[in-house]
Design a protein around this ligand. Structure first.
Ligand code: 1PR
Length: 554
């Protein structure tokens, strides 16, 4: 018998569904899994999650025989919710995989965002604006669908979307919530009768997202907005993303602690202990409550341990994803790995899957990306199809793969002194050199390679990486601000989003990097761990300067 608070999730090897389970359970509902097409009919409320590649997901979905049973569920009038690829599946198809049909429940198709004026994938917090629903008379003034609010922000991570054409889906009876990215207005969510579908991830959208999930589970399709909220309140567009980063390693007693390097040296001067700045799970929760838009864990001793033995790191993710409802990135040790217990080499894709199943939304690849890029150039810019970036991106989508770059400045007297991509710098070198290039390093900066950051980011973009985490060893831990010259040169070289990292010491540094470069996100570590600043204070400061940030919602 089904207790009246059971919801069924259709699990077809999508990405991180653990967070969705955690969100549903936090709202007081219990999750049952649908594992076969026959089991679909026992579902009263059915949620179709989905992360990653449209073609990959829909092919698995239809090969497993789910198309008809899911269409019957929708036709039966029982509640149905699609999330991310789960909304895309409802359409007729996507340019991402032109030969793979969608369910065709909604008459329209998905197109790729243009990347001539903005980064693609579209990653971050944007609107799901229902304001025009009331203006078109579909609903009374101030009415909303499923708790969506015009001034709330929701977490999106996708490269394909349905362009919004006013009145078209509405003519088919759909209510449409929209968002704007650059000059493209697109569909953020749709609702009709028993169906709600969201391009954003409600389980990753903090309190605003949980509000939508709760309204769906409780069948509250439309409700009046609180008086304090006027549809005009919606501030269009993607907010500036502020990320809190926790460098994590085992201390000499074997406990996982949050630490922080000083130009990558994490040992404190006196006593030589590993700097211990707290417990990973509680620090992540603290930053979530301060309004961090994402949390990143970097397991900085990973090149010693094998991730399979990194059960503590998997446990940290399981615990964090139970209470922190914003995207989680995990880095450190994502590569083909020899498991000493079995003597078997575990492919990077299997290692990444362990992390996704534990609650990670993105994996970050550092050293292995440098090795892959060196092989890419050695093979004459030919893709092998076997790298960690390619295999994980193919299975989980580009947006699930971050490449973490650990560059250090190499000063040269002139541009002719090296074949590498140089920048003219305002911070002259020790002998007054006016040019420098940025050399990639591996093993946490312990080994410098003859590969520059432009070569690296160009290669990994070609392999299907979805985002660059751009650190800088010279700036790391200095509280002197980000390396704007490095950031501008990388932003000019790739179309995928870039996260500025290393050197942040105060809110001015965040304002500076957003005002003086077109970087997509900015990350802080030490300044937050040492309690000098909270994420909330940084965001309030940016707000005062007129920069769009997501306000924290309880
Ligand atoms: O090479 O795939 O196993 O990944 C290792 C990961 O660990 C990489 O992402 C690498 O950047 C990171 N890492 C390795 N060693 C260190 C170290 O510090 N000894 N952390 C390290 C590098 C970069 C950021 C840092 C920012 C901001 N730290 O994590 O938080 O620089 O710091 P700040 O705001 O305090 O200046 P793999």
């Amino acid at each position: 018998s089904i207790s009246n608070r059971t919801v069924h999730l259709l699990d077809y090897a999508a990405g991180n569904v653990r967070s969705l389970v955690n969100a549903v359970e936090k709202l007081g509902w219990q999750v049952e899994w649908v594992k076969t097409p026959e089991e679909v009919q026992k579902a009263e409320i059915l949620i179709l999650p989905g992360v990653g590649h449209f073609g990959h997901c829909l092919t698995q979905f239809s090969n497993a025989g789910y198309v008809e049973p899911v269409k019957q569920h929708i036709a039966s009038g029982k509640p149905f919710m699609g999330i991310c690829v789960g909304i895309q599946a409802l359409f007729e198809g996507s340019d991402e995989s032109p030969t793979v049909p969608g369910l065709g429940v909604v008459k329209d198709r998905l197109r790729r965002f243009r990347d001539d004026d903005k980064s693609v994938p579209h990653i971050g917090w944007n609107s799901a604006n229902t304001a025009h629903i009331t203006s078109s008379g579909d609903a009374a003034e101030g009415q909303s669908i499923y708790g969506l609010r015009p001034d709330s922000k929701y977490y999106y991570v996708h490269s394909y979307s349905v362009p919004y054409r006013r009145g078209v889906l509405e003519a088919d009876g759909w209510s449409v919530a929209t968002a704007r990215y650059g000059d493209e207005e697109f569909v953020g969510a749709i609702a009709r009768d028993n169906v709600l579908a969201t391009q954003f991830h409600p389980e990753k959208s903090g309190a605003a997202g949980l509000r939508v999930l709760k309204a769906f589970l409780e069948g509250r399709k439309s409700e009046m907005l609180p008086q304090t909220i006027s549809p005009a309140a919606s501030k269009e567009g993607l907010t500036r993303r502020i990320i809190a980063c926790l460098d994590v390693r085992t201390n000499d007693q074997g406990d996982l602690v949050v630490t922080k390097g000083d130009q990558y040296d994490v040992r404190v001067k006196e006593g030589n202990d590993v700097r211990n700045l707290g417990k990973p799970v509680s620090k992540a929760q603290e930053y979530y409550e301060q309004g961090a838009d994402e949390v990143t864990f970097l397991n900085i001793t990973s090149f010693r341990d094998t991730p399979l033995k990194d059960l503590p790191m998997l446990e940290v993710l399981r615990q964090t994803s139970a209470t922190t409802f914003v995207p989680l990135t995990i880095g450190g040790g994502i590569r083909d790995t020899l498991d000493p217990e079995t003597g078997r080499t575990v492919p990077a894709l299997e290692v990444a899957t362990l992390y996704f199943q534990s609650g990670a939304d993105k994996v970050s690849i550092g050293s292995d990306a440098v090795t892959a890029a060196e092989q890419y150039y050695a093979a004459g810019r030919k893709l092998s199809g076997k790298t960690a970036i390619e295999t994980i991106s193919e299975a989980y989508g580009a947006q699930a793969v971050v490449v973490s770059v650990d560059p250090r400045r190499v000063y040269v007297s002139s541009t002719e002194a090296t074949n590498h991509h140089t920048v003219k710098t305002s911070y002259t070198g020790p002998q007054g050199e006016e040019y420098c290039w940025y050399a990639c390093t591996i093993k946490g900066g312990r080994e410098t390679r003859d590969l520059d950051v432009i070569q690296l980011v160009t290669a990994v973009e070609a392999m299907g990486a979805g985002e660059i985490l751009l650190n800088c060893i010279d700036k790391d831990g200095t509280n002197s601000g980000f390396d704007l010259e490095l950031i501008r040169s990388v932003k000019a070289a790739v179309k995928i989003p870039v996260i500025a990292s290393s050197g942040a010491g105060n809110a001015d540094h965040f304002a500076e990097v957003f005002e003086q470069t077109n970087v997509d996100a900015a990350l802080g570590a030490g300044m937050f761990h040492r309690g000098e600043w909270t994420v909330k204070q940084v965001k309030e400061d940016l707000q005062k300067r007129g920069l769009s940030v997501r306000r924290f919602e309880d």
